[in-house]
Design a protein. Sequence first.
Length: 366
Amino acid sequence: MRILALMTDGFGGRGGIARFNHNFFEALSSLPGVEKITILTRTQWDDVAKIPEKVRQERPDVSKTRYVLHSLKKMVWDGPFDMIFCGHINLIIPAVFIGKLFNRPVWLQLHGIEAWTKPSWLKRWACEHVWGVTAVSRYTRRKFLSWSGMDPGFVKVLPCCHVNNHEYRASAAAALRSKLDLISGKIILSVGRMDPHEKYKGFDLVIKALPGLLKIIPNAVYLIVGEGRDRLRLESLARQEGVFDKVLFAGFVKEEALTAYYQAADVFVMPSRGEGFGIVYLEAMAAGLSVIALNSGGAADALQDGRLGRLIKEEELAKALEDGLAGKHKKSGDLEKQAAGVFGYAHFKKWIQTWIENFPAEPLPC
């Protein structure tokens, strides 16, 4: 099978979607029935050190017109391709157009909030002309089905997975605490992009909860890992709340260095009101870190309806942080093993393999 993939983010990308795509193409390319995967991506933040042998990623192009023309050229010059994989709903119109032009099936992957509301008629039409759809969570699947005309039997859940390639070392965590001058501090950690269009991630909710929390736990510190233009607003909010010295912005941290942040922290929180899944929850669990999330969106899937972490209402955040720093709601047993049992790479790869074996005659397998 030869696959043309139209993507917003690929290898060298940042954020949850890029990490999902990385794991997805690693698994897909390892299957014996897959001969070649060509990825056309819109963005690429970092240099790509390693790409799977069967995968070729073209240089990114932010121009929509040039991107579509390049996709058409690839179908003609590098084809034939057996399938088009559309990695984001915002690319579904050109994906279906090319699929119809060359009589090839389209597989659409859904992530989060961009698939939750009814889009334009043209995008709805395109979504209804794909062969199958996978979504990272039950919530995203339900929201998509609420406005699309797709047969539910062709829309399945393919959750994120976590591949732990980095060793957790107590020495690295201790060194980080020393570097941040937080040897005895209680660290609340959040990891995510600070984008003005993604205010729903809830960093501001944690900042607003700090004044009351600090009266009970004076050495609490809120550490935010990530980058983005919304940082200025969050810094202003911290000053307004009188907790600017208790909020640390670490900026962008490379994946291999991120493990130390998880291990150094006492509790992880991302009270997102619009998360499709939240791969950072899995990363925190892999470090054995207690996890707090709002019972909203796809977070319930990541936390397995509360079995792998604490799902709360927005008004319960301050109390949940207090309990988390006090160690009151850590899960029994090995949290890393529990999470790997559900979201491990082996399960992820097996699902994709089952789907490929059924291509293209049957509905997507459960």
